[in-house]
Design a protein around this ligand. Structure first.
Ligand code: C5P
Length: 218
């Protein structure tokens, strides 16, 4: 039933971590593996969609038949996603975007000094929220990691960012989330309703995510 059901769709997926450089050789980042986003991109491709994958630095080969745009920083991710999102039917933000970047990025390697140093961080733009402000007919899907009050917080986030739904996952559960091949997620809608899915492969999560997007589009 799913075969080629996304033919004619333009799908944009962001994946992986961002790197926020402090100087040419040091950065702030996170352990996102990119596996969830790559699974969404590959599943959408196999169902006939035209797919753009905007990817932070990860240890995964670029999927065949997908337009992969490599980025490092949140600002680069933002530029690439906004560009690709023009005319897209669906944007899935799986990227683990750093919330902050260095207020000033040093052009030369900073030498070690005696004692403490202070780094001035400034907030990165929220790309999902930005897309939500000019939503049009585009479907918007986010991911969220929460350690507590997950469903409530994710529903509030979906509503605030104007996302159609958010997939909530937990950074602390064995074998899921960062790095693993499986994920245990709860689909959360802005109205507070949710569906908890038992632990399954990231590919199966991608399948169900796209099924839900299809249902919303019909
Ligand atoms: O607010 P929080 O970071 O938990 O929201 C998670 C969702 O928002 C993810 O889909 C993530 O890709 C997206 N996001 C974003 N820009 C940011 C931070 C998060 O698009 N600066």
């Amino acid at each position: 039933a799913r075969a080629q059901d996304l033919a004619g769709w333009r799908v944009v997926v962001s994946a992986g971590p961002t790197r926020e450089y402090l100087d040419p050789v040091r950065f702030i980042s996170n352990p996102s593996s990119g596996k969830m986003g790559y699974a969404v991109a590959e599943e959408a491709r196999d169902r006939g969609a035209d797919v753009t994958l905007v990817s932070g630095p990860v240890q995964l080969p670029p999927p065949a038949g997908v337009r992969t745009v490599p980025i490092e920083s949140a600002l680069e991710l933002r530029a690439a996603v906004l560009e690709a999102a023009r005319g897209a039917d669906l944007v899935v933000m799986t990227a683990a975007v750093a919330d902050y970047r260095a207020a000033e990025q040093a052009q030369e390697k900073q030498a070690k000094v005696a004692g403490d140093v202070t780094v001035h961080l400034t907030p990165n733009p929220d790309i999902l929220a930005e897309l939500g402000r000019e939503k049009g007919d585009r479907l918007l899907v986010g991911f969220a990691m929460e350690t507590h009050a997950g469903v409530e917080r994710a529903a509030a986030k979906a509503a605030r960012k104007n996302a159609d739904f958010i997939l909530l996952n937990y950074p602390t559960r064995q074998g899921t989330g960062f790095g693993g091949d499986d994920n245990e997620v709860t689909l959360v809608r802005p109205d507070g309703t949710s569906d908890a899915w038992a632990r399954t492969s990231k590919r199966e999560v991608a399948r169900r995510l796209l099924d839900e997007a299809r249902r919303l589009r019909d």
